[in-house]
Design a protein around this ligand. Structure first.
Ligand SMILES: [Fe+2]
Length: 314
């Protein structure tokens, strides 16, 4: 029983043709469907469910919702009970409300972000198949991202007014959804205010993360690449295609991930993330970053924060 992995992210985009080109030809996702409302569904070549990204036409960018896949249909009833007992309202979504998915539940995190849980999504398989597979598909496009790895959400933090939706989110998804805290940053005079939190349901360093901001928003969706060489090549390809990058290839202290941050044509931030960092089994001690070392936790080499990275989000 439990939340198994990230399922998909639904992003709002301003120009569908430009977005399609970006996610298909730069990130290398595969378009698997398009519905009558103009929503586009995409997956990474190494993913087997029908989609991990939904692009929805809109007049403003940002994230509509993030969804996680649970192991069994009955888990949806168990989670409905635990989430409602926690005091958060749960909406029941009929089969197909999330296209090509079984029934689902929808609720808001304490930070105001919308999350869905589902158990079933149409299976289409990896591009390389599951019998004697090649290591990668010969027709892979762009940077050839393997899968949607995680999302990072901006959550209101205002200690003077006793508002900390990062800590509230951590408490909620740990207690109700069995996410495990892997890394955190603590700030304030007593070093007891949780200002950054990374949590996992798998054994990767994070399946979701929360950072502070004045208002709730979407910081980035991250796509997995196998290694540092792939990150360098991804940055080459972004340069060739004039993709706007705000962080050039570097390493995080938090998660030890190797990274590039860049924007889709609507201004939604993306990341290519390489390396699985470490094995985050349930008995791994939580890693804590102190306030003065937060910049190094974020950008390990420079040890300096970049305001364009911390203050710009959709
Ligand atoms: Fe990330």
């Amino acid at each position: 029983m439990g939340v198994m992995k990230i399922g998909h992210v639904n992003l709002r985009v301003l120009d569908m043709a430009a977005a399609r080109n970006h996610y298909e030809n730069i990130i290398g996702l595969i378009v698997t469907d398009e519905d009558k409302d103009g929503n586009l569904y995409l997956k990474g070549w190494d993913e087997w469910d029908k989609y991990s990204v939904i692009l929805s036409p809109s007049d403003h960018a940002g994230m509509d919702h993030v969804a996680y896949k649970v192991e069994n249909d009955a888990d949806l009833d168990t989670f409905t009970k635990s989430i409602e007992a926690y005091g958060i309202r749960v909406e029941q979504l009929a089969v197909g409300t999330l296209i090509d998915c079984g029934r689902a539940i929808r609720f808001q995190l304490p930070s105001g972000h919308t999350m869905c849980l589902f158990a079933e999504k149409t299976f289409v398989g990896k591009s390389t198949g599951d019998i004697n597979p090649a290591p990668w598909p010969i027709d892979v496009k762009g940077v050839g991202a393997h899968w949607l790895d995680h999302c990072l959400l901006v959550c209101p933090l205002d200690p003077e007014n006793q508002i900390n939706t990062i800590a509230d989110n951590v408490n909620f998804i740990s207690k109700c959804l069995n996410f495990r805290l892997t890394e955190q940053a603590l700030v304030g005079p007593e070093q007891d205010i949780q200002a950054i939190a990374f949590l996992t349901v798998t054994t990767t360093p994070h399946d979701i993360a929360f950072v502070p901001g004045p208002t709730a928003g979407f910081h980035h969706a991250s796509f997995f690449l196998p290694g540092w060489g792939d990150i360098l090549k991804a940055a080459d390809l972004m340069g060739m295609n004039n993709v706007k990058m705000d962080v050039m290839p570097t390493r995080h202290g938090i998660t030890r991930g190797e990274t590039i941050y860049f924007f889709d044509p609507s201004g939604n931030r993306n990341e290519t993330f390489a390396g699985l960092g470490y094995l985050a089994t349930p008995d791994m001690p939580v890693i804590t970053w102190t306030e003065e070392e937060i910049p190094r936790g974020i950008f390990y080499h420079s040890g300096e924060l970049n305001p364009a990275f911390t203050e710009v989000y959709t």
